[in-house]
Design a protein around this ligand. Structure first.
Ligand code: PEP
Ligand code: MN
Length: 339
């Protein structure tokens, strides 16, 4: 950590800061310039709140150099994490995995129709919410366990793995027999009790970025899961809230290379929630693969006008097939292939 003192800081103020740092266990290196004194504090203290320093008299700026997370940091596994899924599929390697399906499981007919279409187009994982986090308590809340059973059945029939969202600790055990990947939604990214429990699970977890979460907060949430012992975490950019109103969210494509630099964990992209508008989904999916995404998760519906959730951002099956064709071409340009 670097503490730059104000040019007007008195020797007494400098000493107070040095003492404060030493009491926290830091080793302090002082550089007394002609105009300004800069203190280098060595000996990382995880959880230390830098604002305590920022508000001390005479302090100008404080910069943390060591990262607050350990297990998710790139240095922990410089070669990168490759997650192995039950059917031999991997996420985080050379292959880019495409996950597709409806926002919500609505009925057997709906799910099986979509599953067949996305499998034919080349998706490898079937998505579908059985427990739905809806902004309104009056909106469709999902089919629950019935939806999970349908997902498993459709997945097995069309040779697709299954991903679905877990909203609560009590749902973990219920979901485990039916899903291959547990999804943590944007609204639960900082549900730390849920994250801790998922640290004990022996299934990959896809952690979506919160609606207003920084990349560092996303990584710290992943640290909760990893520190519990579950190292199979996939991160996912799904759009963040900005001042822009044209799209539902602003798809932060730059989060993909940033996460790859900071962490060894695979990074997925969800252009459906990332834009909220059907015609913007394919361009952002293409951009995500070009930017290095390890997986793409897309909402597809056979009858989006009648969808019980997120119809406006769901691709028609034909659009999804065309997107897959394009992604195969783009993947080659960045030395990847579509799984
Ligand atoms: C979803 O995948 O359907 C979903 C609710 O996503 P998010 O948590 O990103 O809003
Ligand atoms: Mn959705």
């Amino acid at each position: 950590m670097i503490v730059a003192m104000q040019e007007t800081a008195s020797e007494e103020q400098i000493q107070q800061v040095i003492e404060f740092l030493m009491n926290l266990g830091f080793e302090v290196h002082r550089s007394t310039g002609e105009r300004q004194t800069v203190l280098g504090a060595v000996g990382a203290r995880v959880g230390f709140d830098i604002r305590d320093l920022e508000v001390m008299p005479g302090v100008q700026e404080v910069h943390r150099i060591s990262s607050p997370y350990k297990l998710v940091g790139r240095t922990f596994r410089p070669e990168g994490t490759v997650i192995k899924l039950p059917n031999g599929l991997t996420i985080g390697g050379k292959e880019v995995v495409v996950m597709a399906g409806p926002c919500s499981v609505e009925s057997r007919e709906q799910l099986f129709t979509i599953a067949e279409q996305v499998a034919k187009a080349g998706a490898r994982v079937l998505r579908g919410g059985a427990f739905k986090p809806r902004s309104s308590p009056y909106a469709f809340q999902g089919m629950g366990v019935e939806g999970l059973k349908l997902l498993r059945e459709a997945g097995d029939k069309f040779e697709l793995l299954v991903i679905s969202e877990v909203m609560d600790i009590s749902q973990i055990a219920v979901m485990e027999p039916y899903v291959d990947i547990l999804q943590v939604g944007a609204r639960n990214m900082q549900n730390f009790n849920l994250l801790r429990e998922l640290g004990k699970v022996h299934k990959p977890v896809m952690l979506k970025r919160g609606i207003a979460a920084t990349i560092e907060e996303l990584l710290l949430s992943a640290e909760y899961i990893m520190s519990g012992g579950n190292y199979d975490v996939i991160l996912c950019e799904r759009g963040i809230r900005t001042f822009e109103t044209y799209t539902r969210n602003t798809m932060d494509i730059s989060a993909i290379p940033i996460v790859h630099k900071l962490s060894h964990l695979p990074m997925a992209a969800d252009p459906s929630h990332g834009t909220g508008r059907r015609e913007k989904v394919s361009p952002m999916a293409r951009a995500a693969v070009a930017a290095g995404a390890d997986a793409v998760i897309v909402e597809v519906h056979n009858n989006p006008e009648k969808a019980l959730s997120d119809g406006a951002q769901s691709l028609y099956p034909d659009q999804f097939t065309e997107l897959m064709r394009q992604l195969r071409i783009i993947a080659v340009a960045v030395e990847r292939t579509i799984a």
